[in-house]
Design a protein around this ligand. Structure first.
Ligand code: 2AM
Length: 167
């Protein structure tokens, strides 16, 4: 099964992201919009791996205090447009711990540098993003989720298969 580790959002951040997608839609941009229930922030992408229990057991070693996440700005990686977050030492520290413990446990994961982003749309029908307003939105992160990803009939289906909590 395909696994990744992510932060799920509160309603405030989710609504702000939906408003950003709506603004893109209003400027007639078509493409593969991330479905509301699929919006998340990935901390580590594991990919195909058969033992979610072992991953959760490994994640239990991570220690993080509740920390703030706030939306800030937008950007693109080629034909993927994303919403960004304010710089956060705690976020980076938590992602670094996760990656450290995964490596220590010999669980494979994508080693690309962590660049926090929330994918709003893939394959947009225009080459450059129009200016959109980023609504103020924030949350306190108290939980991190192990997610499973499957290809459904109508796109990807992400299911939470376990969580770890803050200390
Ligand atoms: P993306 O939104 O930038 O594609 C599920 O696929 C989640 O894992 C997405 O948030 C995706 O980020 C992220 N991810 C990170 N590395 C990935 C990889 N190598 N392959 C697929 N998804 C990856």
């Amino acid at each position: 099964m395909r696994l990744f580790i992510a932060i799920k959002f509160n309603n405030e951040i989710r609504s702000a992201l939906l408003s950003m997608q709506e603004q893109l839609k209003r400027t007639n941009i078509r493409g593969n919009y991330t479905k509301p229930e699929n919006l998340h922030l990935t901390l580590a992408f594991i990919g195909e791996y058969g033992d979610p229990d072992y991953v959760l057991e490994t994640l239990e070693k991570v220690r993080f205090k509740p920390f703030e996440l706030a939306l800030d700005g937008v950007g693109s990686f080629g034909r993927l447009w994303w919403a960004g977050l304010t710089a956060s030492v705690e976020l980076h520290n938590t992602a670094a711990q996760i990656r450290h413990f995964l490596a220590d446990a010999d669980i494979p994961f994508d080693r690309k540098k962590f660049s926090p982003h929330i994918t709003l749309i893939r394959e947009p029908s225009k080459p450059t993003m129009p200016a959109i307003e980023v609504p103020a939105a924030s949350m306190t992160v108290e939980e991190i989720s192990l997610m499973r990803s499957e290809r459904g009939r109508n796109g990807m289906i992400y299911t939470e298969t376990g969580t770890i909590g803050s200390v």
